[in-house]
Design a protein around this ligand. Sequence first.
Ligand code: SF4
Length: 211
Amino acid sequence: MNLFLHVCCAPCSVMCIETLKGEGIEPELYWYNPNIHPFTEYKSRRDCLAGYAKNLGLALVMEDEYGLRDFIARVQCRNTGPHPDSFAFPGRCAFCYRLRLEKAARAAKERGFEAFSTSLLISPYQDHELVKKTAQAAAEHYDVEFLYRDFRPFFREGQAKARAAGCYMQKYCGCVFSEEERYRGAASADYRDRAATAAPKSEACSTGIMV
Ligand code: SF4
């Protein structure tokens, strides 16, 4: 199978790639993450993946789009109704998944891949079911297969390997809102629930949030 693998960051990709290779699948990697801010953070994660892909000898398609303004404007448009925390922007992660996965599905189809998948499936901190559902809908819309795997059992191993490989290990999920939550300790209840079951205190998650 020729597979287009959307990669949110190099650390998350480590065990996705290794697992897929174990199945005889050599993925082509795809970077499209306009949800990562500010620019220095975006650049660190982007450049880390470029170096990592080069070391592995894997092809990487770079959709180099730093999307701060557009991302915030579109999240703001979807922020309906009053909310006790005006910075919470409920629904932003659903939009963020859709933004990236629809683009990945479309790019996979246009480039003639049989299927696409995403490294978001390795993070126990992401809303796994929503990632899966969003990718399935995008696959249907663009008429390309979505290869679903639950990579979460390999999460810690991947983090350790990424650290050992000298990867840039981020400290928060990606958007400016998640950066504030990380440093002000104001994560949503949903996120805190996932974090509590995913990792002991002070351990970095696959998207880099320290809990
Ligand atoms: S917290 Fe992460 S998944 Fe949610 S909107 Fe921000 S970058 Fe996207």
